[in-house]
Structures are given as structure tokens and as C-alpha cells.
Design a binder for this molecule. Structure first.
Ligand code: PKZ
Length: 225
């Protein structure tokens, strides 16, 4: 096993955090993340004048100084509490503590289906007024990967094929995915990203349980929620 794979495995952690402690942390950090997300949008769109910009920046410097007094060296990794509740809070698409995540909040069913209704603001713009194609890929990768996991056949994205059918607007969007079939360690998943006028992007992905998570070592890290 290479060092980088060993390091990656160490970021899948079982800790003994209770559901109540997890809820407390979510109540504490969730609103902080929401504020930072709103700040990203405001930094992009504000039209206040120089003195106000500089004053706001000074406040931000103070906030950063408070937060950096105790910092996890990162990345956040994936953690499971005592009851098996999963926290992928650093996830770039869905992480509760990640302000660059839209965030996506998924519904699941155990047959391997995942779906989410969410909102993309101005920070996700690609072509003028439209969602960036890479962000559409991010959303679909997460939706398809989540469906594979919900169906008990998780994996890393091996292949992701996308077909952009029509421009994806910003604003209210819907993504959904379902397992098409499972072939041993490979899970084939299909999905769609839709806006108010219908399907914008179709996706098909192959999700592969990596070598290190098969067999002996997998019991430590691979139980999906
Ligand atoms: C704890 C459990 C961890 C699992 C994780 C769970 C995550 C649950 C999160 C939920 C939601 C996340 C959703 C976002 C998910 C990402 O963003 S993942 C990040 C992006 N993906 C990556 O970085 C993957 C990088 N690539 C790799 O790590 C490795 O190449 C792979 C894909 C794991 C495969 O490597 P491997 O395990 O050594 O595969 P190998 O044994 O050589 O081949 C196995 C089979 O797969 C086929 N195959 C290999 N590579 C590919 C490929 N790229 N395309 C198609 N087929 C392939 C082989 O042909 C072979 O087929 P058969 O001969 O058996 O028919």
C-alpha cells in the first residue's frame, strides 16, 4: 500500500461521539458555515464603497484571528459516531462545515436512489447567469455516489460521463440518481440534474470499491450509513 493510500484510509475515522454531541456540533458549526457561505455571495456582489469594504475586511481579519487559535490540520475526513451516524462534513458538495458546498442535502432510499432539491447562487456561475459546467459535474458526482452508497454498494468515482442537454440556470435545481446495476465491486449509476424547464444534464457513472477497501481492511472503514 502506498503512503498516500494509507494516509487516505486514516481519514476514515470512527470516534465515540454520541448523537447528542453531533447535534450540538451541527448547531454550533452549521450557522458559522452558513454565514461564510453568505459572505462569499456578498463579497462577490457587494457594491458598497471603499471605506465600507475596508471596514468589513477588518472585521473578517478579527474573526479569522479568533478561529485560527485552534485548528484541525485538515483535511476533515469522514467520521462515524458511536451510533454509526456519518459526518462527511468536509465534503465539497454536501459538507455541513464546508462553505463552498451548496450544500446538497440528500434524501435516500435503500434501493439505491438519492435525490436533492437545492439552490445555487451567484458563486456557482459559469456562462453569464448560468451554472458552471464543473459545478453541475460536482453535483452529479455526489448524487450518483450517494445513490451507490445508499444502495449498499459504495465506491470511488471511476468513470463519470455527462451529457449537457440544455444550459443549467442558477437558482432552484433538482438532482436525482439511482443504481442501474451492480457488477461485483462496480456500481453503475445514472442520474439527472434538472431546472424549472426540465433536464439539463444527464449522467452515468461507474463507482468502484477501491482495492484497499475490499477484504480484510475494509471492516475498519467501509460501512456505509
Ligand atoms: C470506505 C469505502 C471507500 C469508498 C468510497 C465511498 C465514498 C462514498 C461517498 C459518497 C459520495 C461521494 C461521491 C463523490 C465520489 C468521489 O469524488 S471519488 C473521487 C474521484 N475518484 C477518484 O479519485 C478515483 C481515482 N481512482 C482510483 O482510486 C482507482 O483507479 C479506482 C477507481 C478505485 C480503481 O482502482 P482499483 O481498485 O485498483 O481497481 P482495479 O482493481 O484495478 O479494477 C477493478 C475493476 O474496475 C475497473 N476499473 C478500474 N478503473 C476504472 C475506471 N476508472 N473506470 C471504469 N472501470 C474501472 C477495472 O477494469 C476492473 O474491472 P474488472 O476487470 O474487475 O471487470
Amino acid at each position: 500500500m502506498t503512503d498516500s493510500i494509507a494516509q487516505q484510509q486514516m481519514l476514515y475515522v470512527r470516534d465515540e461521539m454520541s448523537d447528542a454531541e453531533i447535534a450540538e456540533q451541527a448547531d454550533l458549526y452549521g450557522p458559522l458555515t452558513d454565514s461564510v457561505r453568505e459572505l462569499i455571495e456578498l463579497a462577490l456582489l457587494t457594491e458598497v464603497d471603499g471605506p465600507e469594504v475596508r471596514a468589513a475586511q477588518e472585521h473578517l481579519e478579527s474573526a479569522k484571528q479568533i478561529l485560527r487559535t485552534r485548528v484541525n490540520p485538515g483535511p476533515y475526513g469522514v467520521r462515524w459516531g458511536a451510533s454509526g451516524q456519518k459526518r462527511a462534513w468536509g465534503n465539497a458538495a454536501a459538507g455541513l462545515r464546508n462553505a463552498i458546498a451548496p450544500p446538497l442535502v440528500f434524501n435516500f432510499d435503500a434501493d439505491g436512489r438519492a435525490w436533492t432539491d437545492f439552490h445555487l447562487g451567484s458563486a456557482y456561475e459559469g456562462p453569464a447567469g448560468l451554472t458552471h459546467g464543473g459545478i453541475a459535474a460536482l453535483v452529479l458526482d455526489q448524487a450518483l455516489g450517494s445513490a451507490a452508497e445508499a444502495g449498499g454498494a459504495p465506491g470511488m468515482t471511476g468513470t463519470l460521463n455527462l451529457r449537457y442537454l440544455r444550459p443549467t440556470p442558477l437558482g432552484a435545481l433538482h438532482a436525482e440518481a439511482r443504481i442501474d446495476r451492480v457488477e461485483g465491486i462496480k456500481t453503475i449509476v445514472t442520474g439527472q440534474l434538472s431546472g424549472p424547464d426540465g433536464v439539463c444534464v444527464e449522467a452515468e457513472g461507474i463507482f468502484i470499491l477501491p482495492r484497499w477497501a475490499r477484504g480484510g481492511d475494509s471492516a475498519k472503514v467501509s460501512d456505509p450509513v
